[in-house]
Design a protein around this ligand. Sequence first.
Ligand SMILES: NC(=O)c1ccc[n+]([C@@H]2O[C@H](COP(=O)([O-])OP(=O)(O)OC[C@H]3O[C@@H](n4cnc5c(N)ncnc54)[C@H](OP(=O)(O)O)[C@@H]3O)[C@@H](O)[C@H]2O)c1
Length: 248
Amino acid sequence: MKVVLLGATKGMGRALARLMAERGHDLFLLGRDPQELARSAADLEVRGGGGRTVGHAPCDLERPESFGEALDAADAVLGGFDTVVVTAGMFGTQERLESDAELARRLLTVNYVGTVTFCEEARVRLLDRGGGTLCVFSSVAGERARKPVVLYGSSKAGLSAYLEGLDHRYRAEGLRTVCVKPGFVRTGMTEGLDGPPLFFTGRPERVAARVLRAIERGTPVVYAPGVWAPTMAIIRALPRFVMRKVSF
Ligand SMILES: NC(=O)c1ccc[n+]([C@@H]2O[C@H](COP(=O)([O-])OP(=O)(O)OC[C@H]3O[C@@H](n4cnc5c(N)ncnc54)[C@H](OP(=O)(O)O)[C@@H]3O)[C@@H](O)[C@H]2O)c1
């Protein structure tokens, strides 16, 4: 595969990029910090056995004007990409976002408007060459509105709906959309948060293996860890009055 990754300098994106490098895929990194990108690219080159150059270009989900140039650079270096992975995203606790309107605005912009706008640019390029795979990290938080994630969850709900729509609209034309819905995964994003019991908590490396399998198969929705699939089926079925009472 020839893969463009946005957000692969940290967390689950980094684990996925490492696995892809070890499997011999050609990679191109997009992100905000040029030094982090260069460091990650060098690390991936070593993990890939040293035979492949990993390119990189600046791309910020708060700066839509950076998207076209970044994807053009990836195209030029990879000789046409067939897979785009977006793990970039922001998180904030409900309390923090309620007390900081500017942070909340930025999070909603990055997780929904920025991500969807970026995906639209990637979609056009992929469809122009007959299709490919667009894999984007949403969240279980977008499945059912819950008290601790009202704002973050709403941004991911919009993103999940967009990805499902793309899948319905373009799969027959060769565009495979993979929507990843992590539950709780130990990364910098969740540092300091009280997680759920261990059974519901994932590690980035395990998530990466699961997501790579989903990309290879073109699975439209993947929960990680897998236990979140039946869990969310139950939570989706709970009546509204129950959701109003519970605090999870
Ligand atoms: N961890 C979890 O439990 C969990 C659960 C559900 C969903 N998710 C979702 O899964 C995805 C990956 O999460 P993670 O835990 O791996 O997060 P992470 O370790 O915090 O990594 C997030 C990545 O997003 C990038 N990013 C943030 N804002 C950006 C922007 N404006 N433009 C470009 N890149 C930006 C960061 O780049 P910088 O280095 O520039 O900051 C970083 O590389 C996210 O979309 C997250 O919402 C995570």
